[in-house]
Design a protein around this ligand. Structure first.
Ligand SMILES: Cc1cc2nc3c(=O)[nH]c(=O)nc-3n(C[C@H](O)[C@H](O)[C@H](O)COP(=O)(O)OP(=O)(O)OC[C@H]3O[C@@H](n4cnc5c(N)ncnc54)[C@H](O)[C@@H]3O)c2cc1C
Length: 510
């Protein structure tokens, strides 16, 4: 074991992680969404948008996938005067970003929601599209529920649990120190890459902690929302790289920027919901976007690529694939994908994650001086956030159910899971939490075109051997999608970055 670094000061959410079904206006431009009456957003969102009828026979570039990454790639290509067609399997755009209109009024997110400092690409794009942000409610005390010590309210720092505090501080210090040494473009080049990749985050915790069980339990409240996985499922090198990616070209990535609310990745949300971003991008792209066009086969022949979709075949000079890694394996490739890429994609499992939201007439916990943020070391609601719309009407509590917690509760009938989630909220915020006026949940593992979330992660022993293939073009095919980003991989910001990078690649080669 290497010597411990100085114990860092820990901010309140430094141990916690990141981290709802209809949507917003698929055809609405800036400003229109806000003007729609309650309920109308969902209706508009479901209406087919983009190109109707036959697909063009030939374009310069086909983009596969209408999440943020693919939409950004298509926009960049179109902006350079090249012909482009974006083909999306679903009948909507946004992929892992999905708004949900509450019956009680207001919009929340079923998928990607939070943004924070150094996520300049998504915030700049949102600004350009007229989508404002607001600060996540963060005033008051947080709640920690421990099976050993019971319920505690705390402010500013990690849960005051003496059995884990020192271990957690040491662990986070080491993670930050090692992450600072990682090259975000090539984590596999670090001298200790193979050693770190060969071990899991869970194993690393066991080797470096006195109360490993306690710290592991606490860290789950970061890994379950952040990766949809438990510490034992994650390559330690991958975890370090993910933290290293939590910054930008001028600011080194840190654990706290990844995990915190204030000055961290959970600092802000989008007014009207994050899906306004892909919806407005698609609106601007217009007939460049073809929905309900799942790509089934990609065939490279000489100087062209044939992209076979559910709506016909399009011929292109270059292709950008912006689908989640496991979905790429579903496509019939000719010639077949290189072995290294196939191995890479097989090694990138999507996390298991669902969001469960309970709605109340108002955020009653705020009256009690609570932020709405809580951690529980057991039960269905282990990482809880205040998910109320900007005006606090209605009040919404959000539980991330991920990793082993998803394996326990995600498979239950909805009514049993609802009960478990509400009991978890009640353990933090009192009996009133048992009586929501509305309850909604979104299980990303059940989404045909996503298969989990929030991102694909690397299991131990897979990043060094397969990672270097991540951005390597395959003939005339280029790779986008948040997982290919070198900063904020796994996040909306990474999706924007990756879309831009892939667009530059194809534009240089047309
Ligand atoms: C529950 C949850 C919470 C999250 N929280 C946050 C958060 O708070 N902040 C944050 O920044 N990020 C968060 N994320 C992650 C964020 O949503 C993603 O990183 C981002 O949206 C990924 O964008 P993408 O374009 O790379 O991929 P996707 O959004 O997955 O888009 C890929 C698209 O490809 C399409 N597709 C797949 N296969 C095919 C095919 N064969 N043919 C045609 N189309 C195909 C899919 O339908 C999809 O639309 C969260 C995600 C989830 C699920």
């Amino acid at each position: 074991m290497p010597p411990y670094d100085a114990v860092p000061s820990l901010s309140r959410r430094a141990l916690l992680g990141a981290t709802a079904t209809a949507t917003a206006a698929a055809t609405a431009g800036p400003g229109l969404a806000a003007a729609l009456p309650p309920g109308a957003l969902a209706d508009v969102a479901q209406r087919p948008a983009g190109l109707q009828g036959a697909l063009p026979r030939q374009v310069d570039v086909v983009v596969v996938g209408g999440g943020i990454s693919g939409l950004v790639a298509a926009r960049e290509v179109a902006a350079r005067g090249r012909s482009v067609l974006l083909v999306e399997a679903r009948d909507r755009v946004g992929g892992r970003v999905l708004n949900h209109r509450l019956e009680a009024g207001g919009v929340i997110e079923a998928g990607g929601a939070f943004v924070g400092p150094t996520q300049d690409h998504i915030t700049r794009l949102a600004k350009e599209l007229g989508v404002a942000t607001f600060l996540e409610h963060n005033t008051g005390s947080n709640v920690y529920v421990s099976s050993l010590t019971g319920r505690t309210e705390f402010t500013g720092t990690v849960p005051p649990d003496p059995t884990i505090l020192v271990d957690a501080a040491v662990l986070l210090g080491l993670i930050d120190r090692y992450a600072a040494e990682i090259d975000v473009e090539a984590p596999w080049d670090h001298p200790r890459a193979r050693e770190w990749d060969g071990t899991s985050l869970g194993e690393f915790i066991r080797r470096s902690s006195l109360n490993a069980a306690g710290v592991t339990n606490l860290i789950k409240s970061w890994t379950q929302p952040g990766f949809g996985a438990d510490p034992d499922e994650l390559s330690f090198l991958f975890t370090l790289w993910y933290v290293a990616c939590s910054g930008n070209e001028r600011n080194v990535g840190t654990f706290s920027r990844n995990s915190d609310t204030a000055n961290g990745a959970q600092e802000r949300r989008f007014v009207g919901g994050s899906q306004l971003i892909p919806l407005r991008l698609a609106k601007r792209l217009g007939e460049v976007v073809a929905l309900r066009a799942p790509v089934r086969r990609i065939e490279q022949k000489d100087d062209r690529v044939l992209v076979q979709t559910g709506r016909g075949t399009v011929r292109a000079r270059r292709v950008v694939v912006a689908a989640p890694p496991p979905l790429v394996l579903d496509i019939d490739w000719f010639p077949r994908l290189p072995v290294r890429r196939t191995q890479l994609l097989r090694s990138m499992d999507m996390g298991r994650l669902m969001k469960c939201d309970a709605v109340y007439d108002k955020p009653f916990w705020r009256d009690a001086g609570l932020t709405g943020f809580g951690i529980n070391d057991s039960g269905a609601a282990r990482a809880v956030f205040d998910n109320s719309p900007r005006d606090g009407s209605p009040g919404v509590l959000l539980a991330f159910v991920g990793g082993s917690t998803w394996r326990e509760y995600g498979v239950l009938p909805r009514a049993k899971r609802r009960k478990a989630v509400l009991e978890g909220f009640a353990a933090m915020f009192g009996e009133r939490a048992l009586r929501p006026i509305e309850y909604t949940e979104q299980d990303w593992t059940q989404e045909r075109w996503t298969r989990g979330g929030p991102t694909a992660f690397h299991a131990p022993g897979t990043l060094v051997d397969h990672g270097p293939a991540i951005r390597r073009p395959f003939g005339r095919v280029h790779w986008a999608g948040t997982e290919t980003s070198t900063y904020w991989s796994g996040y909306m910001d990474g999706a924007v970055r990756a879309g831009k990078r892939a667009a530059v690649e194809v534009l240089e080669r047309l």
